[in-house]
Design a protein around this ligand. Structure first.
Ligand SMILES: NC(=O)C1=CN([C@@H]2O[C@H](COP(=O)(O)OP(=O)(O)OC[C@H]3O[C@@H](n4cnc5c(N)ncnc54)[C@H](O)[C@@H]3O)[C@@H](O)[C@H]2O)[C@@H](O)CC1
Ligand SMILES: [K+]
Length: 502
């Protein structure tokens, strides 16, 4: 499922109307009817419905939705919240069709006129503004949004909640707070951003008749369960342990020994053939009982933290993960520098490994490098603030991944995975149960296993993220709650996930 910016959506409209030749008013009819069909499955004939209609094409969709619902016998009041002369083009045509069909159109210049209807409504449909919003909301829309937000009615938005821009934004917004949004054709970027996603409520996308093969590819998509099922490699019956990769997990310290055990278990549970843990020598006896299937390499240590030299024969491994529980001390920095220069296999760097990462050495590597920061770690890597990262995760990820030639997995409620050439995939699985120590260690282990089994790095990373999140979702809907779920529970929950997906 593609994710678009406003500009990309306008280009899709242009291609459809100008290049392919689908009439704009027909497209608006298809869009409005598709949204009405979707909304109708969430409303009852006895519900009092108010449709709020603005000046642009979002309002045009609103006229079609109101007419369609009235045709079907729903109890609808249509309210135009802008002066007649503002309504132009296809929207004006659908306004005329609405009136010519014999339906009553109310209009208001200020909120007081529509307020009594909002107070009586069971459902408020917001077709005031879509992707064309610019700057803060003007009156009377600003007041109407506030009044609608104060009602107990169910709020439903068309395409996106009025006041929410389609794209990344630094600005504070006032917006319609939808319980449900029916998105036209493709989700907009703002559905995945911390500041704006909550205004959407639950959302889904309706198809409106755009000609898919002709639409420019935004190279940004939601990675769905169906995508995982389609791309997850099948296990060959003749496979042996070497067929699925030999992974190296470098991490841990005397104060944080458990993280590497968790990564290694997650990796093996995700199909890695063999896993070696490289950690401080003195921690091995305490880790080994928790992970009988792994082999160990002892690293030299200074005051409990790992130091050089790097494990020998790095090229024997098909994938390496570095950083979980390793600490931020100087000796571990030198160890990472050595690995960055010597490892000619995919290298994933997580957690403490990301701290003061030598970007110059990383940039010189020829084999793939994968970074898995959360927003705080990414802020430190880019020199931005965490609020900058949360406001512009798509553009900052793309700029960074392209500049340094890395794969970036920016973790969060919507995890954004970016390739060195700027392709992006978004994983929306998972829940607050994953906001715990150890979740990142599990994900890193899973990703190494995925990298070793997939031909495509983007498939590997996106599949690993979705399988991780889906496991948490399943566990919290069955035996666990988001409060008690532990990272180790996620590891033990992997078998059912893999059975469901493969
Ligand atoms: N051809 C069609 O029927 C299609 C319709 N779509 C719908 O059309 C929408 C985009 O249409 P438009 O480009 O007309 O944009 P909008 O419908 O978002 O409206 C733009 C209008 O709102 C006014 N406006 C902008 N900022 C404002 C503010 N801060 N306060 C008050 N008024 C403001 C502008 O004066 C302009 O008239 C989409 O969101 C979608 O709902 C398209 O997505 C798909 C195809
Ligand atoms: K809207």
């Amino acid at each position: 499922m593609d994710i678009v910016t406003a500009q990309e959506m306008y280009e899709w409209d242009r291609v459809t109307i100008e290049d392919v030749g689908i009439d704009g008013a027909i497209l608006m009819d298809s869009a409005g009817r598709a949204v009405a069909d979707d909304m109708a499955s969430h409303i009852e004939k006895r519900d009092k419905i108010v449709v709020l209609i603005g000046a642009g094409n979002n309002g045009g969709d609103g006229f079609v939705i109101a007419r369609t619902l009235l045709n079907r016998g729903y109890d609808v009041e249509a309210w135009q919240v802008v002066p007649d002369e503002k309504i132009k083009g296809d929207a004006a045509k659908h306004r005329s069709l609405f009136l010519a069909s014999g339906y009553e159109l109310h209009s208001c210049k200020e909120v007081g006129e529509v307020k009594p209807s909002l107070e009586k409504a069971d459902v408020i449909i917001d077709a005031m503004l879509g992707i064309g919003v610019r700057g803060g909301l003007r009156e009377p829309i600003a007041d109407i949004v506030q009044e609608a937000n104060a009602q107990k009615a169910r709020r439903m938005s068309v395409d996106l909640p009025t006041g929410v821009p389609a794209d990344e934004t630094d600005e504070q917004i006032t917006a319609f707070h939808a319980d449900k949004t029916t998105i036209v054709a493709a989700p907009k970027m703002s559905a995945f951003l911390e500041k704006t996603s909550s205004y959407y409520g639950k959302w889904n996308v309706v198809e409106i008749g755009l000609p898919s093969p002709k639409l420019p590819d935004p190279r940004r998509q939601v990675w769905t369960e169906a995508d995982v099922k389609r791309t997850l490699p099948r296990r060959d019956r003749n496979a042996h342990k070497g067929s699925h990769g030999k992974g190296l997990i470098v991490g841990g310290s005397t104060v944080m020994p458990g993280s590497v055990a968790m990564s290694a278990r997650a990796s093996l549970r995700s199909g890695a053939g063999l896993i070696t843990i490289a950690t401080v020598e003195s921690a091995i006896p305490s880790i080994a009982p928790f992970i009988q299937e792994a082999t160990f390499v002892g690293l030299g240590e200074k005051e409990g933290f790992a130091c050089r030299p790097a494990p020998s024969s790095l090229s024997d491994y098909d994938g390496i993960a570095f950083g979980m529980g390793i600490g931020r001390q100087e000796p571990t920095r030198s160890l990472l520098s050595e690995i960055l220069q010597e490892a000619d296999t995919p290298l994933l760097i997580d957690a403490d490994g990301l701290y003061e990462l030598p970007l110059d050495l990383m940039q010189k590597r020829e084999a793939p490098t994968i970074l898995t920061p959360h927003p705080g770690e990414f802020a430190q890597l880019t020199g931005k603030s965490i609020s900058d990262v949360l406001a512009r995760p798509f553009s900052l990820s793309r700029t960074f991944a392209q500049a340094y030639g890395v794969h970036l997995v920016l973790k969060g409620p919507s995890t954004i995975i970016t390739s060195p050439d700027g392709e992006q995939r978004v994983d929306v699985s998972g829940n607050a149960g994953l906001a715990k120590g150890g979740s990142g260690d599990v994900l890193s282990g899973m990703l190494v296993a995925m990298i070793m089994q997939h031909d495509s790095m983007m498939d590997a990373l996106a599949n690993g993220c979705v399988l991780h999140g889906k496991t948490a979702e399943r566990l919290t809907s069955d035996d666990h709650s988001m409060i008690d779920l532990l990272a180790s529970d996620v590891v033990e929950g992997l078998p059912i996930t893999f059975r469901a997906f493969s």
